[in-house]
Design a protein around this ligand. Structure first.
Ligand SMILES: Nc1ncnc2c1ncn2[C@@H]1O[C@H](COP(=O)(O)OS(=O)(=O)O)[C@@H](OP(=O)(O)O)[C@H]1O
Ligand SMILES: Nc1ncnc2c1ncn2[C@@H]1O[C@H](COP(=O)(O)OP(=O)(O)O)[C@@H](O)[C@H]1O
Length: 194
């Protein structure tokens, strides 16, 4: 319900924040299968940008699905609501002048389009962490693929729920790159964007 809500224009605006931070705000949205490397890469990028003095913050399942979205699971509807709320959080952080690194499976094209619409296309960069299902399953960092194959986890992305790969991502990081090379490629791209 957004009736009777009147927007208040605060005097510390985006221009002031850009001047103080020395960079534009932007959201880098990492999508890919579980175990593809989203968190590892986003974490390395965050450290590199932080050390350069930038205002940067990584959002991922650890700080979202255990807090704000702990009421949500992995049905199609719950994932859409998970990603909608995250996009709204990212938008607030963007408004606060930050570089946001969002690392979520975000498996459906329609949900990623919704996220882009909420955040605003001009502030949104889609990063596809393109690691094959075979490689993610081989890594099986959390043992979830094994459980999913045994039927112990429902709606598991890549096994019993779909992953729709981006057709035209702004940046693609393939498994041919090792972690350091992927971080380097992302940092170079981001630095050029700002
Ligand atoms: N059913 C199912 N499908 C996919 N992933 C599952 C599932 N159940 C739990 N997990 C763990 O939750 C992490 C994915 O959460 P996300 O919020 O990124 O998912 S989504 O964007 O809403 O689809 C994901 O974390 P990452 O491995 O970091 O991607 C998994 O560890
Ligand atoms: N080239 C690579 N890029 C990213 N992660 C890699 C790569 N090679 C191996 N890994 C390993 O794969 C795992 C990826 O896990 P994680 O970053 O949690 O992925 P996600 O957040 O997509 O679930 C980590 O254990 C990481 O060390």
């Amino acid at each position: 319900m957004v009736e009777n809500i009147v927007y208040h224009a605060y005097s510390v605006n985006q221009k002031c924040r850009i001047e103080r931070n020395g960079h534009r705000p932007v959201v880098f949205w990492f999508t890919g299968l579980s175990g593809s490397g989203k968190s590892s890469i986003a974490s390395g990028v965050e450290r590199r940008l932080f050390l350069k003095g930038m205002q940067v913050y990584a959002l991922d399942g650890d700080n979202i699905r255990t807090g704000l979205n702990k009421d949500l699971g992995f049905t199609r509807e719950d994932r859409a609501e998970n990603l909608r709320r995250i996009a709204e959080v990212a938008k607030l952080m963007l408004d606060a002048g930050m570089i946001v690194l969002a690392a979520f499976v975000s498996p459906l094209k329609s949900d990623r389009e919704m996220v882009k619409l909420i955040i605003g296309a001009e502030h949104f960069v889609e990063v596809f962490v393109n690691t094959s299902l075979e490689e993610c399953e081989r890594r099986d960092v959390k043992g979830l693929y094994k459980k999913a194959r045994l039927g112990e986890i429902a709606n598991f992305t890549g096994i019993s729920a779909p992953y729709e790969a981006p057709e035209c991502p702004d940046l693609e990081l393939t498994e041919a790159l090792d972690i350091e090379a992927a971080i380097e490629k992302a940092v170079n791209y981001i630095t050029l964007k700002l």
